[in-house]
Design a protein around this ligand. Sequence first.
Ligand SMILES: Nc1ncnc2c1ncn2[C@@H]1O[C@H](COP(=O)(O)OP(=O)(O)OP(=O)(O)O)[C@@H](O)[C@H]1O
Ligand SMILES: [Mg+2]
Length: 92
Amino acid sequence: MSDFIIETKNLTKQYGEQKSVASLNIHVKQGRIYGLLGRNGAGKTTAMKMLLNLTRPTSGEVQIFGKSIQGNEKKILPRIGSLIEAPGFIRT
Ligand SMILES: Nc1ncnc2c1ncn2[C@@H]1O[C@H](COP(=O)(O)OP(=O)(O)OP(=O)(O)O)[C@@H](O)[C@H]1O
Ligand SMILES: [Mg+2]
């Protein structure tokens, strides 16, 4: 199994003529805090949406816990949490 809990392979999203995310390769190990920094429109939100398969990549792949998110959503999504661009509060 992969060393990484989040891994992307040449992850790309194209809207029309414009590439919003171009060949993104990230590798996140368990227990790490990982930040995406970039100016407005850099593609951070689009990348996060693809990590959850809320929007499909034009090309490339997302692996979570060593498995492709596409086709494994039912196994993977119950094990993770996400807030994208919404104020939130989670009580644990
Ligand atoms: N549904 C969509 N249809 C067309 N273009 C989109 C769509 N979503 C995002 N884009 C475009 O993709 C690019 C990346 O947008 P995204 O929202 O991922 O950037 P961001 O890094 O999250 O920006 P911000 O810092 O403003 O939140 C922008 O040019 C945006 O206009
Ligand atoms: Mg954003």
